[in-house]
Design a protein around this ligand. Sequence first.
Ligand code: ATP
Length: 201
Amino acid sequence: NPVVIGLTGGIGSGKSTVATMFGDLGVRWVDADIVAREVVEPGTPALAEIARHFGEGILQSDGTLDRAALRTIVFRDDSEREWLEGLLHPTIRDELASQLQPADYELPYVLLVSPLLLETDQYTLVRKAIVVDVPEETQIDRTMSRDSNDREQVERIIAAQMPRKHRLERADFVIHNDRPLDEVRAEVKTLHEQLLDLSRS
Ligand code: ATP
């Protein structure tokens, strides 16, 4: 099985951008945000549990999860948030573990791209962690122009995430993304060679 390398960073730091650069080098990755949505699609055991716990009102008329309603509940009530995380985090982790073993794959490592790599038990899935890092001001600017969020919203999300300093302390590798994409691409190429060596040995 390929070695799993984590790729994380705060909102708007450039995780997807950097993952795509690895992808151009032939590296496969699994996106934890996508898996987090897949495990609560209609027909999944997790969605059934959620509907049992919060009532059918948590579903929309088409049977999909009413994320806005769920967010409102768990935002107001820590014990409900803990219940939900207790259900979802292990489910997401198991699904990630299975998707991180792609069939017909030549390279010795795969990436797990996740904003919550270091905040959840997902880090137990990875051998090393790459952190994509930019100053907070860059995070705010880029997220605002990408999502047309207002500054306050973005600042609130950043405040709720792991502080930049803690994230960097836990990084095995750092990609500095507050510079032109060509330079970032070169850094990714160098890191790719390192990761090939590391995961073959
Ligand atoms: P999120 O956690 O919000 O999903 P992310 O960490 O995946 O974000 P991206 O979506 O890759 O971040 O990048 C955020 C925005 O910044 C995007 O619009 C992207 O095109 C832009 N961006 C990323 N890296 C650079 C760079 N080096 N120079 C200029 N713009 C960049």
